[in-house]
Design a protein around this ligand. Sequence first.
Ligand SMILES: [Zn+2]
Length: 311
Amino acid sequence: MVASAIALGSTGAAAAPCSNPNALGISRVMTVDARAMPLIGSHDYGVTLPLAPGEVVLTFDDGPLPPYTNAVLKALADECLRAVFFMVGRQARANPELAWQVRAAGHTIGTHTQNHPLFRMPADRAAYEIDTGIASVGSVFGTQRALAPFFRFPGLFRTIEGEQHLRSRGLMSWSVDADSYDWKKISSGHMLAHTLAELEKRRGGILLMHDVQPKTALMLPALLAELKARGYRIVHVVPKGGDPAEDLVASAMPPQRADPIARPPAAAEPRAARHYPPAAVPAEGPPPRIQPGGNGLFEAIFTASGHRWGR
Ligand SMILES: [Zn+2]
């Protein structure tokens, strides 16, 4: 089953126009003002996006990572869907072409720190991880304007200091309403059942998934089919003032393997960043806290890439 997911994700088919007349599709696009809604997600904040019953926002953390992100893109494209991807800076720098594919498919790009530390970060570390992650992901696209001012704490390990830093930069902290548990060592079938049960509790909401997880790549087509069967509607969230298509064309930077961080991100900004002030990026971040986890293919790849197991 893993092999089929790898094969599905071997090309950048996600950018192709939608041609599935029976697709689940996007029911509406919600434009949000990050400064007006700095903290969202009922798991941590008790408030969430203004969603109607039955509306779901798909979110994917920790990528990009082939071949699983490719498979997720394929599943979303097959159903004419768009989601929010919270990218890790290190992952985007390691896989710039794949990050570009996510962007080219029209998905919203948020960030998820530079190194994905899984603990409550002290104030200085939080500021470093937030700013460096944004600069790294932005450098892949040649401009931080390609990013939405959306951020999610790794492991949902939020702190008051971290939230204050986000607010000072006009960033929006995204918690979740429903957790797929795809980061736990459970089967894809268990994950599907759990995800549907979580969504049923609230009749929708912000759904947390991970595009670096084999089980997510495998299960996503079935989940999307079940969401359609149950009458759920998918909402694509974009930032106020953002124009993904315009930004993508304007940046006109082809995907490339060369280390994008070698070029200071501020130099690529034709004018003040729309969402962020320029951030300096050290050539190397602090060493990631690596914890070998599990015994599967994902763990081998993800641990080798310098990340710990967990949401
Ligand atoms: Zn994460």
